[in-house]
Design a protein around this ligand. Structure first.
Ligand SMILES: O=C(CO)[C@@H](O)[C@@H](O)COP(=O)(O)O
Length: 232
């Protein structure tokens, strides 16, 4: 019996939500669940179909990206997860998908504008898109650099990972996170819905106005409590 079975179970259950929510095709995407007291996370094995997953197949990795337990190869995005766990100390779960609408915004290299209250319930800012990798980063370790691509974007925009729990990686696809894997999966589903609504909004009315800040504040604080608004 693995001493990591608790996070293997958490990661397994969260991974199995991705196809149920329509967020992945085939073996796309991956979810991880961390145990900070042990300094490790459990992550989906690379290239394994969701229907073939079991809790025991989740690979245990430390925050340096080194496999601690497991015979299967961890997800190809493992180093991105490891960088974020190492530097963003409050997150307990991370999701990466190639969900259609969020990925289309990521490929367009645009932030998702805040057009409505669905978005405002979860974020008071446009959902950020991290600029594509520099030539120098591309020559480096791609998955490792993706973690820094995300953190550099948040630093440049003055965003807190504890307030905004989602990002589009330019020319790639979305990553979301949260206090645990289930919350990160919830954020991935919300991101995909908001991305689809925003695309349709712009198609219906290319001049659709952004939501007024006063209404963003009202909606966000209704859900997250007074003085929780952090603005654009
Ligand atoms: O981002 C990508 C590919 O661009 C990955 O999420 C996707 O292919 C899934 O890879 P893994 O099976 O997790 O190694």
């Amino acid at each position: 019996m693995s001493k990591y079975q608790h996070i293997q179970q958490e990661a397994y259950e969260a991974n199995m939500q991705l196809p149920k929510l329509g967020l992945v095709l085939f073996t796309f995407g991956n979810v991880s669940a961390a145990d900070r007291s042990l300094g490790v996370f459990a992550i989906k094995p690379s290239g394994v179909a969701y229907e073939d997953l079991t809790p025991g197949k989740m690979v245990i990795v430390d925050f340096e990206g080194k496999t601690v337990e497991g015979d299967l190869r961890p997800s190809s995005d493992t180093l991105t997860h490891a960088v974020l766990y190492k530097h963003w100390e409050k997150i307990g779960g991370i999701v990466h998908t190639h969900s259609t609408y969020a990925t289309s915004w990521a490929q367009s290299q645009r932030d998702i504008p805040i057009f409505g209250t669905t978005h405002a319930d979860y974020n008071t800012v446009d959902i950020p898109c991290a600029p594509p990798m520099s030539d120098e980063m591309i020559q480096g370790n791609y998955e490792h650099e993706t973690g820094f691509q995300i953190m550099n974007c948040f630093a440049a925009k003055g965003l807190s990972y504890e307030e905004v729990e989602m990002v589009l990686v330019g020319n790639h696809a979305p990553f979301t996170w949260g206090k645990n894997a289930a919350k990160a999966v919830h954020n991935s589903a919300v991101l995909e819905q908001v991305a689809q609504m925003a695309l349709l909004t712009e198609q219906i009315n290319p001049k659709a106005p952004r939501l007024k800040d006063a209404l963003i504040r009202k909606h966000y604080e209704r859900k997250h409590g007074p003085d929780s608004y952090y603005g654009q």
